[in-house]
Design a protein around this ligand. Sequence first.
Ligand code: PLP
Length: 457
Amino acid sequence: MEKSAGSRARGPELNALLRALPSVDELAARLEGVPHVLAVSAARAVIAERREALAAGDAGERDLVQAALEWLERAARPSLRAVVNATGVIVHTNLGRAPLAPVAAAAAAEAGRGYSNLEYDLERGERGSRQAHVEALLAELTGAEAALVVNNCAAAVLLAAAALAAGRELVVSRGQLVEIGGSFRVPDVVAQSGARLVEVGTTNRTRVSDYERAIGPDTGAVLRAHQSNFRTVGFVEEVAIEELCALGVPVIDDVGSGALAERVPELADEPPVRRSVAAGCAVVCFSGDKLLGGPQAGLIVGTRDAVDRCRKHPLARALRIDKLSLAALEATLQIYRDPAGALRQVPVLRMLTAGEEELAARAELMRSELADAGVDARVITAAAKVGGGALPLLELSGPVCAVDPARLSLDELARRLRGGDPPVIGRARQGWLLLDPRTLDDAEAAAAVSGVIAALR
Ligand SMILES: *Cc1c(COP(=O)(O)O)cnc(C)c1O
C-alpha cells in the first residue's frame, strides 16, 4: 500500500532510524523474567519485523518491548488447536476429518497419559502384539478371518500391494486409476509398491473379459479402487466385487471411506466392507477417520493368509499405527458392536443422520441469539457435502442460520472469524455467511454466535 510521502523514510533518514534500533541483546535484556533463549528469539523476530516495516516506509513509533511480549504470547499458543466447524462438511479433511466419540477421545488420552499393555500380553507376562487389541473386533464387525491396522488407508493399500504383488503384475481398471485428495494416486502407489501396473478396460467401461485377458501366470493381484470423490455417469460399466473375486486371483479392495454401519440410507453409495469380505477379497482396505468416525488409521481385513503376508512385510513396521490412534480406534470399534448405539455415539454418523427437527432448533437458537445482539440473521434451507472424498453426490440439505455480513465484506467477516478464539469457519453462499448446525453441538453453536457478534462489533 502506498504511504504518504511524509511518513516514508528514505536514504539517510532511513539509515538513522535503522541505527537507532536496539541490538538483539539490548532488547532481550529488557524482557525481564523471560528465559534468555526465548528473549533472544523474541527480540530477533521483533527487530527483524521493525526493520522490514521501516524499509517499507512505516516510520511510526513502536514500543519494541511491548511488541516482544506480544510475540512471546503468540509463540506460546499451540499452533494446532480446536476450531468451530460451522461449514456443515462432516468429514472436513482440512479441519481434521472425523471428530472422535467422547469415549474414543478419552481412551486416547488415557493411553497417552501413562504406560499401557500396548505390546505386552498380560496373561502370559510376555511380549504381545499391538494388533491384538483390535483384530478380534474387526473380524467380528466385518466377518473377516484376520485384520491388521496401520497408519492410514494410503499406507494400507501400499502395504497390501507390496505384500501381494511386488515384483509381479497388479491389474487395475482404467476407470479406477484415481487421485484421492492429498496426492494419493493409484498408479503412483502401485509403482511404489514394486508391483507392475497392468491397466485394463477404459475410463468408463471395464468388463470381466478385460480382466480375464490380462490375468496370467505373472499376476500378483487385482486391485479395485473405489471412486471415492467422483462418479462416472452415463455409458458406464464396472465389474462387481463378487465377479472380481471369482477370477481366481487375490483381490485387494480399496473401499476408501468404508461403511461399517448398516442400514444407514445416507451411506448407500459407499461400498460396505462386509460385502467385500463376503465376496472373498484377499484384503479390504479402508480409512479410520472418514465415515467410520474414528482416528486416523488404515484398516486391513481379509483372509488369514493375505493379512499374514501384509503383517510380515518389512513395510508393516514402517507404517504401523501409534498407540493413541490405536486406543481411539479400539473404543470406536467397540461402539459399532451395537449398531443403534453407533448412530447415537459416533459423531460422524450422528451428524450424517441428524433429524430436521434437531437441526432446525439449533439453527433457530443461533438466529435468535444473533437477533438479540442486533445481527441480521435468518434460518434458510441449504445443502452441504459430506466431504473427506466420500459420497460426492450426496446433498445434505437442512436448516442453517444465514448471517448478513452487514457493513463488512463476506471475506472480511470470514477473516475476523478465523482470527477469533476459538476460530470459527463457516460457509459462504450468495453474500451470506452460513452457520450449519449439522456440524455444531450446542456449545460450538454458542461459540459460533459469540464469534460472529464479536466480529461484527
Ligand atoms: C481416502 C482414500 C484413501 C486414502 O485414505 P487415508 O486414510 O487418507 O490415507 C485411499 N483410497 C481411497 C479410495 C480413499 O477414498
